[in-house]
Write a protein that binds this ligand. Structure first.
Ligand SMILES: [Zn+2]
Length: 160
């Protein structure tokens, strides 16, 4: 693994342990050239996934990009990091289990919205407003309508 600081090629693993949910291995590495320290993650990748964008452009599926877009939606929301990790892991598993080598950005967007809806309403509306690109105010009302019917559902089953 190349050192991200100096580009040295023979970095050493200092520590290697599974993450809490055991879906990945975290390795602490140190560069003997510059002393730089960094962390890498090893994860299962079941297949090479390609994302087909709305424009028709094809790009490799990027887990980090997915995680970043979710983190942007969750900015300053009181959601613990491990729940975000679990959401991202779950989404990746869902995307992989679609059984296709190509997946549309729309499909991914829908899955992310579903996931966020269960995690944090504000993040859900943020993501949906960017993703659905609300051209009409009506779209926004539809989303808010979906949310309030969810609330009713939760209240009905919450046993308060
Ligand atoms: Zn280095």
């Amino acid at each position: 693994m190349k050192c991200p600081y100096c580009g040295g090629l023979d970095t050493q693993v200092k520590d290697s342990r599974p993450t809490e949910d055991a879906t990945s291995i975290r390795r602490r590495r140190v560069c003997p050239h510059c002393g730089g320290r960094f962390t890498t993650f090893e994860r299962v990748q079941l297949r090479d996934l390609t994302v087909v964008k709305r424009s028709g452009r094809r790009v490799a599926f990027d887990r980090d990009k997915l995680q970043r877009s979710i983190q942007v939606a969750l900015r300053k929301r009181p959601v613990p990091a491990d729940r975000v990790d679990r959401l991202v892991n779950g989404l990746v598993r869902q995307i992989e289990s679609l059984g296709e080598n190509e997946v549309s950005s729309e499909q991914i967007g829908e899955l992310v919205m579903e996931g966020l809806k269960g995690l944090d309403d504000v993040a859900y509306v943020r993501f949906a407003s960017v993703y659905r690109n609300f051209r009409e105010a009506r779209d926004f009302e539809t989303v808010l309508g979906e949310l309030s019917s969810d609330e009713e559902h939760k209240a009905g089953t919450g046993g308060e």
